[in-house]
Design a protein around this ligand. Structure first.
Ligand code: BES
Ligand code: MN
Ligand code: ZN
Length: 478
């Protein structure tokens, strides 16, 4: 997809708000359709008139003018993109009008994002690939004096979407292909040429670091665990550094507390947190954001074997705290405990965000619309929430009063790795807080939002790439 500023193209996309009287460039057609009630301008509604040689148009509904948002623009242009590909259209012209309440550059970004989103598919394993010709050329007709800003916005959203698609690809790969080693290799390949330093530590190094909790989870697998540390220095003169820690279970069978088959087959997606921090690093570096960020992934598999950890085991951790393993399926928090301690105590970052497919309970609470959040710092919460709004990736904070901490106090060790069924997302989050050494910290539970059983708007079935966009905007804006 080649995106330029200017005019021209086989088909003109004409944005239409609901209930308007007439539409520029398609007066007659619109009047006819309106009278016959064939086109109302509902958000995402389409009418293609491409038989006429000299005036091919695609009417695209944007809904009520007062309700327009960046998210509704993304969705509408995603539908337009799909339609254009179906109609085998190779080049288009879009004039982007000024909209009330939306910055012009945000409108440009949303239009382009919607079109880019329509191109995603994960078909590398299909013998019969659906050959969908992509739209080759997009000409954006932008308003006067917004050319430079628009060019920059196009480039920025392309960088962001590259990170989103990278995250999706990593998650959609099955566990047989995306092993901890392979994930580490991918991070290296994708990030090193962008100036990010990628360090990979194997089992011996992880033992030396004392990451006993992380190692315990990995014991049942014949795949070697990998600690992946990705360092981006966009502002060498500053001491400020944010850590992005992603849960990297390349497969979660549940271990001896084994999952039923119906909830196991998608567990190659239990590294979606890791994928999202890798994807975000790509977007951040490509856009050259002037911030310091380090991403950390403790990657391993949770499997069953004679060497696997067992319910009732008492294990240590890098922090020195001891943990009773009451459920081997609550493994993510054990790997994250050591990764968070490494970020806050070894690297001494001054803020940390972790992203994890941590609890089924989060899906029960919030479904697949909102990502769940737990924090020890309300101002960080505000920033992340705003970044999520900019991204169109909604986030909902859950309470985390000290009272809940009683539920994860251990009997024979300092902590236990599950607090039982009640408040499962909250107790999982509070378990993580034990390992951040009072650093400003925020946890995102993406169990419901990172992987979908059916598509939703521009989010495809399978991996969504959430919350790559949120992480990008957080680093950029706050
Ligand atoms: N990876 C799962 C959480 C999950 C479930 C993610 C469904 C995506 C979809 C996690 O490791 C897990 O198994 N959590 C347990 C915790 C429980 C044993 C305390 C859960 O949610 O059941
Ligand atoms: Mn699990
Ligand atoms: Zn898991």
């Amino acid at each position: 997809m080649n995106i330029n500023l200017g005019k021209g193209g086989d088909v003109k996309i004409i944005p239409v708000f609901k209930n308007v009287e007439n539409v520029e460039n398609a007066e007659k057609l619109y009047k006819y359709l309106k009278d016959k009630e064939l086109f109302k301008g509902n958000s995402g509604e389409l009418f293609a008139d491409i038989a006429n040689k000299d005036n091919k148009v695609l009417l695209l509904g944007l809904g009520e003018k007062s309700k327009i948002s960046t998210q509704s623009i993304r969705k509408a242009f995603f539908e337009a993109g799909k339609k254009l590909m179906e109609l085998k259209i190779e080049s288009i012209e879009i004039s982007i009008p000024r909209l009330e309440n939306i910055h012009y550059s945000d409108a440009v970004k949303s239009v382009v994002e919607g079109l880019l989103q329509s191109e995603y598919s994960f078909d590398k394993y299909l013998s019969d690939k659906k050959i969908i010709p992509s739209i080759k050329t997009i000409n954006l007709d932008v308003i006067k004096d917004m050319e430079d800003e628009s060019t920059a916005s196009v480039k920025e959203i392309q960088n962001i979407i590259e990170g989103v698609f990278l995250a999706r690809d990593l998650v959609n790969e099955p566990a047989i292909a995306m092993t901890p080693k392979n994930l580490a290799e991918n991070a290296k390949e994708e990030l090193e040429n962008l100036g990010i330093k990628v360090e990979i530590y194997g089992r011996d190094d992880i033992e030396e670091l004392g990451m006993e909790a992380f190692l315990a989870v990995s014991h049942g697998s014949s795949q070697e665990p990998q600690l992946i540390v990705m360092n981006y220095e966009g502002d060498p003169n500053s001491k400020e550094k944010l850590a992005l820690v992603g849960k990297g279970l390349t497969f979660d069978s549940g271990g001896y507390c084994i999952k039923p088959p119906s909830s196991m087959d998608t567990m190659h997606s239990d590294m979606a947190g890791a994928a999202s921090v890798i994807g975000a690093m790509k977007s951040i570096a490509k856009s050259g954001l002037k911030k310091n960020v380090v991403a950390i992934v403790a990657a391993c598999e949770n499997m069953v074997s004679g060497a696997a950890y067992k319910p009732g085991d008492i294990i240590g951790s890098m922090s020195g705290k001891t943990i009773e393993v009451l459920n081997t399926d609550a493994e993510g928090r054990l790997t994250l405990a050591d990764a968070l301690w490494y970020a806050t105590n070894t690297l001494k970052v001054n803020k940390v965000i972790d992203v994890a497919t941590l609890t089924g309970a989060c899906i029960v609470a919030l479904g697949n619309i909102n990502t769940g959040a737990i924090t020890n710092n309300e101002s960080l919460m505000n920033d992340v929430k705003k970044a999520g709004e900019m991204a169109g990736e909604p986030i909902w904070q859950l309470p985390s009063n000290d009272e809940y901490k009683e539920l994860i106090k251990g009997t024979f060790a300092d902590l236990k790795n599950t607090g039982g069924r009640s408040a499962g997302t909250i107790t999982a989050g509070l378990f993580l807080e034990e390992f951040v050494n009072h650093t400003p910290w925020l946890h995102l539970d993406i169990a419901g939002t990172s992987y979908l059983s059916s598509s939703n708007g521009y989010l495809p079935k399978g991996a969504t790439g959430i919350p790559v966009k949120t992480l990008y905007y957080l680093v950029k804006e706050f």
